[in-house]
Design a protein around this ligand. Structure first.
Ligand SMILES: [Cu+2]
Length: 132
């Protein structure tokens, strides 16, 4: 995990640029989401879903402890967001351009986030969540 320091903390600008770039490129379609790790901005981790059954990044990097997640659907379909193994702690649900947010408390480790709508995870709707 120590090698992660290079993309640590200048909270704000880097994440904003990455998120903007990902949104701008979101029409590329398919499973080709960026492998860039996205970090929270101002303590809020923003995750965007669309109608390609994919999240806006392959990996999200956050600090241990309480995390606020803001989940946005830029398309129309119904999607959820849960964390594997602790699905009971937080379940966000969006559709039709909407958003949902929630808070979860995380121990350090490697997690998988996914959408639990039938067939979506099998279609590639999962991503890594690294908690440092
Ligand atoms: Cu989904």
């Amino acid at each position: 995990m120590r090698s992660k320091t290079a993309i640590r903390k200048p909270v704000g600008s880097i994440g904003a640029v990455v998120a903007t770039a990902l949104l701008a490129g979101a029409c590329g379609g398919g499973s080709g989401s960026s492998s860039v790790a996205v970090e929270p901005e101002d303590g809020v981790l923003r995750i965007v879903a669309d109608d390609t059954h994919d999240f806006d990044a392959d990996a999200y990097v956050v600090s241990a402890g309480e995390l606020r997640v803001d989940y946005v659907q830029s398309g129309f379909q119904n999607h959820t967001l849960v964390i594997e193994g602790i699905e009971d702690q937080m379940r966000l649900e969006v559709e039709n351009g909407g958003r949902d947010s929630g808070t979860v408390t995380l121990q350090p480790g490697r997690y998988i986030i996914y959408c639990d709508v039938a067939g979506h995870r099998d279609g590639g709707m999962e991503a890594r969540l690294l908690v440092e």
